[in-house]
Design a protein around this ligand. Structure first.
Ligand code: DCP
Ligand code: MG
Ligand code: MG
Length: 653
């Protein structure tokens, strides 16, 4: 049944938006099931399970019946009726009114209707509203805590250690400390134990955060407070809905023992659980007792140790803000698509929705990928998807990020080209899934201008971040309101502002800016509202990280195989997959880099190249690709007449 559900509800894959190239699908559906737990190791207070030394305090938040809550916010009349959110033939979630009446998450619609004939169904096929609210929740948390990590659409980890410590310093009498909410296993709080006090203080902060999420966004949710991410996640769903539970270190063992099977341990997905089962391991206790040396033989040292630690409740991984997703995709599954026309139509539908998301995201995609799944599935279901990808031509990238509709046609053409690389349409075929995906997303500011070559982003700060001036508090600092209750404060960004250096427009690396000739500096300045002509100091936006997107040396050193097709217009047929010859690119130019340039710069480079002397064009292939313009190309680098040639900005100095 579980497998069937996963098949039927392909959009669940999108829940786990790709934050890294490897983490495209949900944890249990890939090799990457340890991803969320395998990040950096925390270097703060060292006790990962709270048994020795001061522990970290981690909160895991999980929204109640998330999609259903979003639907109830959109239509408050749904609050009082049993509500199911439907994708294909599955109820992916339902509100708690429906749960009281026996409806469960991931039930077949037919079963749910049988249980609860008055169940009201809404379609949950379009994930946009859920995604939007999801980023608002994360944005709200990020306003007050620097360490926030998203997990799926409705969960966040927050490391509140610093705030706990600062509040404890202000606490007059530790004996007054109590726990807000439930204590797992009803373990008595011992205020003489340092970590009990830390977690107890954490429970009050967690309650404040939940109250803030409710007052600002109208959402309820559960929280788990513990000494690491693993335990916080495990404990957060103990009491539902709209409640919170704190795990004191001594109750770790019973918490782990309560898990029903190995796959219920976060970080151990279906695949690893299967491998462990072949070793005769069924339960978390089995894994705890299994000799590590034997486990290492089966899984390799790294995975074995991690998995073994997890079974003991040890998780040193830090709460790692991941920033915006590294790819955006849209996919659909179906019983049968077996003609080229059907594929084209499906692909077009998927692309239209994806383009809208890409436009709202604001970044420019550099790579486009098409994924298919065939029927019957291959014997090894872990390799049931096939993909092909290609670079997104520069002009198309610009169309995409400027939101013009005519990006659909060229993208469909590109997708069909990729499709034909996988499927021989002269033979019968049957597909059960199509997915379109933009990856290699790059920030752009003033699109289509030189400004676009300077990254100007605030990682993790999404457009949906709620306005400042609302509530909450800071990490490491808290103040008391008139009533004496500690209050959270927004993070102070003044230190970021102090980074302002000299003349460049914000978002532009000052040292790079100063290297540019005056006319280009002017162009940059004039492309920014309120900054024209004169060179005046300006501060970066709070939290802004500046970086230069003019091709880096590393990228320039990547080999490229470029064929000459001067003067040819772009068309989908001439654009290959990554690594294959690109269309209309000057020789010695990394095609990927070239596609990142705005159209006018591409044209300018092309026309300059066409006017170059023959040595550049006849350069031997072995020397190509080291730089956008070969170091050895005298005509491009040393000619006095080339002083203001754009090409010179794309070579290492
Ligand atoms: N979801 C989905 N497919 C799945 C699992 C979940 O589409 N296989 C969606 C619907 C959920 C949302 O993800 O609303 C969050 O998943 P949760 O497991 O947190 O479930 P809910 O938030 O709906 O309910 P709960 O109150 O139990 O957390
Ligand atoms: Mg939830
Ligand atoms: Mg959840």
């Amino acid at each position: 049944m579980a497998e069937e559900c996963r098949e039927g509800v392909s959009r669940h894959d999108e829940l786990y938006e790709s934050q890294s190239p490897q983490c495209q699908y949900c944890p249990g559906d890939s090799d990457d099931e340890l991803t969320w737990i395998s990040g950096q190791v925390d270097t703060g207070p060292q006790s990962s399970n709270g048994t020795k030394g001061p522990c970290r305090v981690i909160v895991h938040f999980d929204m109640d019946c998330f999609y259903a809550q979003v639907e109830m916010i959109r239509n408050p009349a749904l609050r009082t009726v049993p509500l199911g959110v439907q994708q294909k033939y599955i109820i992916v979630t339902c509100n708690y009114v429906a749960r009281e009446l026996g409806v469960r998450k991931m039930m077949l619609v037919t079963d749910a209707m049988e249980k609860c004939p008055q169940l009201v169904l809404v379609s949950g096929e379009d994930l946009s509203p859920y995604r939007e609210i999801s980023y608002r929740v994360t944005g709200l948390l990020e306003m007050f805590f620097p360490l926030v990590e998203r997990l799926g659409l409705d969960e966040n980890f927050v490391d509140i250690t610093e705030l706990v410590e600062s509040r404890l310093k202000q606490q007059m009498k530790l004996s007054d400390i109590s726990i807000n909410g439930h204590i797992y296993n009803q373990q008595p709080l011992d205020v003489t134990v340092q970590n009990h006090c830390r977690l107890a203080m954490g429970s009050h902060i967690a309650a404040e955060i939940r109250a803030a999420i409710h007052s600002q966004l109208g959402l309820t949710g559960c929280a788990g407070i513990a000494s690491n991410k693993l335990l916080a996640k495990l404990v957060s769903g103990t009491f539902k809905p709209n409640q919170q539970t704190t795990l004191l270190p001594e109750s770790t063992v019973p918490l782990l023992a309560s898990l029903r099977g190995l796959h219920t341990l976060p970080g151990i997905g279906y695949r690893t659980a299967c491998r462990l089962e072949t070793l005769g391991l069924q339960s978390v206790e089995d894994l705890q007792r299994f000799p590590l040396a034997n486990l290492e033989k089966e899984l390799g040292a790294t995975v074995a140790r991690r998995v073994h630690s997890l079974s003991l409740g040890i998780d040193p991984s830090s709460v790692t803000p991941r920033g915006p997703p590294q790819s955006l995709s849209n996919e659909d599954s179906f019983r049968k698509v077996s003609t080229e026309a059907e594929v084209r139509q499906k692909v077009e539908e998927l692309i239209i929705i994806l383009l809208d998301r890409m436009y709202k995201d604001g970044r420019t995609p550099r790579t486009f990928r098409l994924t298919i799944r065939r029927f019957p599935r291959p014997v090894n279901k872990w390799f049931s998807r096939e993909s092909r990808q290609c670079p997104v031509p520069g002009f198309l990238g610009q169309k995409i990020c400027s939101g013009v509709d005519d990006a659909v046609g060229p993208l469909v053409k590109l997708a069909m080209k990729l499709f034909h690389r996988m499927v021989d349409t002269s033979l019968p075929f049957r597909l059960t899934l199509l997915s379109v995906c933009f990856t290699n997303l790059q920030s752009s500011c003033t699109k289509g201008s030189i400004q676009a070559f300077f990254v100007h982003e605030s990682p993790g700060k999404q457009k949906d971040t709620p306005s400042q001036g609302v509530l909450l508090g800071s990490t490491g600092s808290s103040r008391r309101s008139a009533g004496g209750t500690p209050q959270l404060e927004p993070l102070d960004s003044s230190s970021e502002c102090e980074r302002a250096t000299s003349a460049p427009p914000f978002g532009v690396d000052p040292s790079v800016f100063q290297e540019l000739p005056a006319d280009i500096q002017r162009e940059l300045l004039s492309s920014i509202p309120g900054q024209s002509g004169s060179v005046t100091p300006s501060a970066p936006e709070p939290g802004v990280v500046t970086a230069l997107r003019i091709p880096s040396f590393e990228r320039l050193l990547q080999p490229s195989s470029v064929e000459l097709h001067p003067g040819r217009e772009w068309d989908a047929d001439s654009c290959g997959e990554i690594g294959s010859p690109a269309c209309d690119v000057p020789p010695n130019v990394d095609p990927q880099v070239f596609t990142e340039l705005p159209l006018d710069l591409q044209k300018e480079l092309l026309s300059e190249w066409k006017h170059e002397t023959s040595p550049l064009k006849t350069q031997p292939p072995a020397r190509r690709g080291r730089t956008l313009v070969s170091r050895g190309s005298k005509s491009a680098t040393t000619s006095g007449s080339q002083t203001n040639n754009l090409l010179k900005y794309f070579k290492p100095s």
